[in-house]
Design a binder for this molecule. Structure first.
Ligand code: GTP
Ligand code: ZN
Length: 220
């Protein structure tokens, strides 16, 4: 097992009291755990605010359902997703490892509607040749996606977690996503795909290595 510093690449776990960065990067106090009753009351209030009748048959269970859904969608607020990378193996592998097309569902923090798409995550192990379990790359993406997010920060947090935990020679994260806040409302541009990337280490310093990763990601 390899254990990097207990950094959450942008956010401390809920119970942190050490003055480390708070929710999603900003400084802040330790936060309370998910409050189901409060979330239910808020959803009921929201239904009233939009002119609905929360006491009609079809909506009776809605506040409880939405609260449970939010607990799931925002479960990553109460964990340090980078901890999954503590599972690592001494494979003495020094070539690129890239996982492509990891399905991604997250929640836009501006409108609280989904954005979704694919994440591509790669790294080149450091001199110690340690690699992590393949599923852990997908778990890492999931953990950070389960927070109110913007795509840029999600991308950065995944890359920084790889750097902190694995000490790789390089890391690359590319996310392609569609934002429902741009499709179902507002500017209404369904199908518009936003691509964000974060490159660290050798992927930043060597254009050829970065190009190789990008060609694997795009399949060209
Ligand atoms: N950079 C970035 N912007 C995002 C992301 N998700 C949503 N947004 C944008 O956040 C912006 C919020 O803009 P505001 O003007 O405050 O909100 P709004 O009036 O609802 O804006 P419109 O969506 O243009 O109607 C919008 O331009 C969204 O497209 C993201 O992941 N990254
Ligand atoms: Zn949005």
């Amino acid at each position: 097992m390899t254990a990097g510093p207990a950094t959450d690449a942008g956010r401390a776990p809920a119970a942190a009291t050490d003055g480390s960065p708070g929710a999603n990067g900003g400084p802040g106090p330790a936060r309370a755990p998910f409050d189901q009753a409060r979330a239910e009351a808020a959803v009921r209030e929201l239904l009233l605010a939009v002119g609905e009748d929360p006491d009609r048959d079809g909506l009776l269970q809605t506040p409880a359902r939405v609260a449970r859904a939010y607990a799931e969608q925002f479960a990553g607020l109460f964990t340090d997703p980078s901890e999954v990378l503590q599972t690592s193996f001494d494979e003495n592998h020094n070539e690129m490892i890239l996982m492509r097309d990891i399905d991604l569902y997250s929640t836009c923090e501006h409108h609280l509607v989904p954005f979704f798409g694919q994440a591509h995550v790669g790294y080149i192990p450091g001199p110690d040749g340690r690699v992590t379990g393949l599923s852990k790359l997908a778990r890492l993406v999931d953990g950070y996606a389960k927070r109110p997010q913007v795509q840029e920060r999600l991308t950065t947090q995944i890359a920084d977690a790889l750097v902190h935990r694995l000490r790789p020679a390089g890391a690359i994260v590319v996310i392609e996503a569609e934002h429902l806040c741009m499709a179902m409302r507002g500017i209404r541009k369904p199908g518009a795909v936003t691509t964000t990337s974060a490159v660290r280490g050798i992927f930043q310093s060597q254009a050829r290595t970065r190009a190789e990763a990008m060609s694997l990601i795009t399949g060209r």
